[in-house]
Design a protein around this ligand. Structure first.
Ligand SMILES: [Zn+2]
Length: 516
């Protein structure tokens, strides 16, 4: 999913490069074609000249031969000497003619060579202009300033797949004299003046700020010695740096914040330190927020649904009070590795050939009601394949995918990681750790084809009545950053589930409206 976007512009660039190369090739071929008639016409003229001269010289020597044969019949020594002289002279003339011919051939060769040298020169000039033009017109490059150092960077590294700016953290570390250590999996940077540290998991969103796990807004990327991280990490989680970015003029500048009284000759800088983003994954919506949205205030309670089955014993689970089940867990707001729900309860409708999966109590009971009603509506073959997953389990699962990608495709750890995060949540960012969501379907394994079943159609239209939402809808992929999962349902309670069902909002959007 993350890979799709960056590929598209790259393909376009390749396309453009191909076209311009094709165009220059055509131009080059054109100039060869127009040049060749020139060579031919000049060669033809020179050849015609020498051809005209040689018949006349042959006429002369033929005349000599006639005279010689007449004279030999009337022998005379004076005439013989004169004859010898004439022969010699004729020999000289012939040799002279040969030399002239040779010179003419030499001139022709030299001219041809000179022509090709000039042609080559024109080509070289043409291509150098073309190349320098391409460089000058490469408006995709960004200008980065780190302190006093500047560099141009391709947009491929400067922007992430959402078009947000990235920054080379290695350069910032260098500017701030941080101690850097790490390998292909992780990089750690320690601020020299505060001993505070940050550790990035390369290719993922996981970051440890002074040992506490947090998440980047997009995965970090290693390129040679450089480690690219989203620029908002620097603005949101660091102090002691002054950041300016102007995407329209393609400039990003990161400088150390100077203390008052700092001068060019004696600069003094504010210490660099890190801080966690100000959120807590759980209970980020206060009771006051909730009261404003409960019955009797601005909005009214959604109409109580009617069921075929008698589900009155489940009413308290389907329609809980409070907002405790609205917590948002995603790649931006992860759970801590130590979070384990304290009321995990076995799920009655776990697939029969699997070990019982668990959910938090209210969710487990509400799901039981959903299954009773679903069966009453004739849908008998759906079962639960996954529910609560511990941090450790998600970590194992995620790492096994990475190992598998490395073994199957010969990828490095970092390459495999970047691929795996497009389909498997990083530990801490999986909603399954909340104990509030469930995968249910009637296929051997979860598959997009579930969306074409009658069971899916029923769940989509009825899940909210039991307190569940379709968590990753097809039309919200750009918000959730998770591909469409017709089998994954999240428990939030009937009130909020119905609000989301009626408004068409996904959890990310709904939480924002409730908080504002
Ligand atoms: Zn799931």
């Amino acid at each position: 999913m993350n890979n799709r976007n960056p590929n598209a512009p790259r393909q376009q660039q390749n396309g453009r490069a191909g076209t311009s190369a094709g165009r220059s090739g055509q131009a080059a071929r054109g100039s060869v074609r127009s040049a060749q008639p020139g060579i031919q016409s000049r060669g033809a003229t020179a050849g015609a000249g020498s051809a005209q001269r040689s018949p006349s010289s042959r006429t002369v020597s033929a005349g000599n031969n006639t005279q010689q044969s007449v004279r030999s019949r009337q022998y005379d020594p004076g005439l013989v000497n004169a004859e010898i002289r004439r022969k010699k002279e004729a020999g000289y003339r012939e040799a002279e003619q040969k030399r002239k011919n040779m010179r003419s051939v030499g001139v022709k060769i030299a001219m041809t060579l000179a022509f090709y040298v000039i042609l080559f020169g024109v080509f070289a000039l043409f291509f150098s202009i073309k190349l320098s033009h391409t460089n000058a017109a490469d408006d995709s490059s960004f200008r980065y300033t780190y302190g006093n150092a500047e560099e141009n960077v391709s947009a491929r590294f400067a922007l992430n797949s959402s078009g947000d700016p990235m920054v080379d953290f290695s350069k910032i570390a260098e500017m701030c004299s941080m101690k850097a250590a790490g390998d292909d999996k992780e990089m750690k940077f320690i601020a020299s003046d505060s001993e505070e540290n940050v550790r990035f998991v390369i290719g993922g969103v996981t970051v440890f700020i002074n040992g506490v796990q947090d998440a980047l807004s997009c995965p970090s990327v290693k390129n040679g010695a450089s480690l690219w991280v989203p620029l908002d990490f620097v603005t949101d989680c660091m102090s002691g740096l002054t950041v300016e970015s102007d995407l329209s003029s393609r400039r990003v500048s990161v400088k150390r914040t100077e203390n008052e009284g700092s001068t060019a000759s004696a600069p003094s800088f504010a210490p660099v330190s890190y801080s966690l983003k100000s959120f807590t994954a759980f209970d980020q919506i206060s009771e006051d927020d909730l009261q404003a949205n409960r019955p009797g205030s601005q909005t009214s309670e959604p109409e109580k649904p009617t069921f075929i089955s008698d589900l009155s014993a489940y009413e308290e689970y389907m329609n809980p009070s409070g907002n405790k089940y609205l917590s948002l867990v995603n790649y931006i707001t992860p759970l801590s590795s130590s979070y384990i729900p304290d009321d995990l309860t076995d799920v009655a409708d776990t697939r029969s050939d699997r070990a019982k999966v668990q959910l938090r109590k209210d969710a487990a009971k509400a799901l039981e009601a959903l299954f009773i009603e679903m069966r009453a509506n004739g849908i008998m073959d759906v079962s639960v394949t996954s529910a609560y997953r511990s941090y450790e389990y998600q970590k194992q699962l995620h790492n096994s995918y990475i190992q598998n990608e490395m073994a199957t495709y010969g990828l490095t750890w970092a390459e495999a990681k970047q691929k795996v995060i497009t389909y498997s949540s990083e530990p801490g960012t999986s909603e399954h750790q909340t104990g509030l969501c469930v995968d249910m379907h009637n296929l051997p394994s979860a598959d997009i084809s579930f969306a074409r079943t009658e069971a899916y159609r029923w769940l989509k239209e009825n899940a909210h009545k039991f307190g569940f939402i379709l968590r990753y809808p097809e039309e919200k992929v750009n918000v959730t950053q998770i591909s469409f999962e017709p089998w994954h349902y999240r428990y939030v309670g009937r009130y909020h589930a119905t609000k989301m069902y009626e408004s068409g909002m996904c959890l990310e959007e709904y939480v924002v409206t409730i908080k504002s």
